[in-house]
Design a protein. Structure first.
Length: 149
């Protein structure tokens, strides 16, 4: 939302270069980050380790995917279940939501249960679109598509 590549700036600082900009960065647009985990929403979001049979990240402007997985990667039961972060940006919240839905729809991740379908249902829902929700969202709103009630 600031147009600043924070990782690039961290590397510049580490190499002894000064910051390109200082002070509060101007903000523009709206960003949404969705964390895709190896968890089974139908079993109370229990960990669901496994082998990645197929992984294809969504592409396009305003879409970034941070991940460590590829086809054949093993998601072990011993660590955090995070598989990927899908981050989208657009000019405003409604456009960012639509871009997020497209990106989640294009994401291919097979081999074990994930939170992808739950994320699609949440982002498409009226409560999320309204922006009026809390950290107890999952306890308050049943997720029909993933079997969590």
């Amino acid at each position: 939302m600031t147009g600043i590549d924070v990782v690039r700036e961290q590397l510049r600082i580490a190499s002894g270069s000064p910051l390109v900009a200082t002070g509060r960065a101007p903000r523009r647009g709206h960003a949404i980050e969705v964390r895709i985990n190896a968890e089974d929403p139908a079993r109370g979001f229990a960990p669901a380790p496994g082998v990645v049979e197929r992984f294809r990240a969504p592409l396009g402007p305003g879409v970034r995917v941070d991940t460590h997985v590829e086809d054949g990667a093993v998601i072990p039961p011993f660590y955090d279940s995070l598989v990927a972060k899908v981050i989208v940006w657009d000019e405003n919240r409604p456009a960012a939501i639509e871009r997020c839905l497209r990106a989640l729809g294009e994401l291919e991740l097979r081999g074990f249960p994930t939170t992808r379908e739950a994320a699609l249902e949440i982002v498409a829902g009226e409560v999320f679109r309204s922006g009026r929700y809390s950290t107890s969202f999952l306890e308050e709103i049943p997720l029909a598509a993933v079997g969590a009630a």
